[in-house]
Design a protein around this ligand. Structure first.
Ligand SMILES: NC(=O)c1ccc[n+]([C@@H]2O[C@H](COP(=O)([O-])OP(=O)(O)OC[C@H]3O[C@@H](n4cnc5c(N)ncnc54)[C@H](O)[C@@H]3O)[C@@H](O)[C@H]2O)c1
Length: 258
């Protein structure tokens, strides 16, 4: 992949950066010149990726962040400002695909947990990370929603509702913060080859059949790669997207077309 310093000199905070799509986003932003705060609950994997980026001569730190904890957000943003002197880019990527229950028997605690991580976590990211970007004079925020914000999925009540919430929350932030120089956009992946999707597939009674069904829902004929989502995020994070705010970009292999 060619690198041309699309986000050179910027400071980026990426949640869920220890695995899958978030890790690919952190790497891509780093390759393109950003100093990156990798925030996650998985310290081992997060520290390892931050060390790998530093080993490549880049600027990166790991921060322990549970996106559902307001105190964690306050600490992490404070630390990021202390280490790098400002914040320009926020990517709210941390998420879980819990749920997986039919509505008639849906467990309320399961619903609450999914909404807490996938939606409250983005709200707190905006409230604290977003506020720091506003205070810095402007920047870009990218929220990771899902094609499941558009296409309903059986047993997906909590996940689909959380991701639709992220899409609309993105638009409110975009509207309120456009005059303040902060662009806020959402990226909506189809199924992407990550540990999250691997777990969903491997839990099915017939994993091979489940994988084939998942692939068949994507007219492109395969699942996506984390790097393909990271490239879309990089676009919104960079000045190349200077006139884009409140936009939803489906990167879903055509899943939502039918
Ligand atoms: N993989 C897909 O097919 C797909 C499709 C559409 C949307 N998404 C979304 O992309 C995002 C990343 O998914 P992924 O597939 O890379 O998953 P993943 O499981 O590989 O990575 C998720 C990361 O989020 C972290 N995390 C979980 N709970 C957290 C919390 N409370 N606080 C901080 N970090 C937490 C995990 O430790 C992990 O590192 C999620 O928001 C997911 O909903 C994924």
């Amino acid at each position: 992949m060619d690198t041309i310093g699309r986000v050179a000199g910027k400071v980026a905070l990426v949640t869920g950066a220890a695995s899958g799509i978030g890790a690919a986003i952190a790497e891509r932003l780093s390759e393109e010149g950003a100093s990156v705060v990798l925030a996650d609950i998985n310290a081992e994997a997060g520290e390892a990726l931050a060390a790998k980026l530093r080993g490549a001569g880049r600027s990166a730190v790991y921060e322990q962040l549970d996106v559902t904890s307001e105190a964690d957000w306050q600490r992490v943003v404070h630390d990021a400002l202390g280490v790098f002197g400002g914040l320009d880019i926020l990517v709210n990527c941390a998420g879980v695909a819990t749920g997986g229950q039919e509505l008639l028997h849906h467990d309320f605690a399961n619903w609450r947990r999914t909404l807490a991580i996938n939606l409250d976590g983005v709200f707190l990211g905006l409230r604290h990370g977003g506020a720091a970007i506003v205070a810095n004079g402007g920047g870009a925020i990218v929220n990771i929603s899902s094609v499941a914000s558009k296409a309903a999925v059986v047993r997906g009540a909590a996940y689909c509702a959380s991701k639709a919430g992220v899409a609309q929350l993105t638009k409110v932030a975009a509207l309120e913060w456009a005059p303040l120089g902060v662009r806020v956009n959402s990226v909506h992946p189809g199924y992407v080859e990550t540990p999250l999707v691997e777990a969903l597939i491997s839990q099915a009674p017939d994993a091979a059949a489940m994988r084939a069904v998942a692939i068949s829902r994507h007219p492109i004929g395969r699942l996506g790669l984390p790097e393909e989502i990271a490239n879309a995020v990089l676009f919104f994070a960079s000045d190349e997207a200077g006139f884009a705010t409140g936009a939803e970009l489906l990167v879903d292999g055509g899943y939502a077309l039918p």
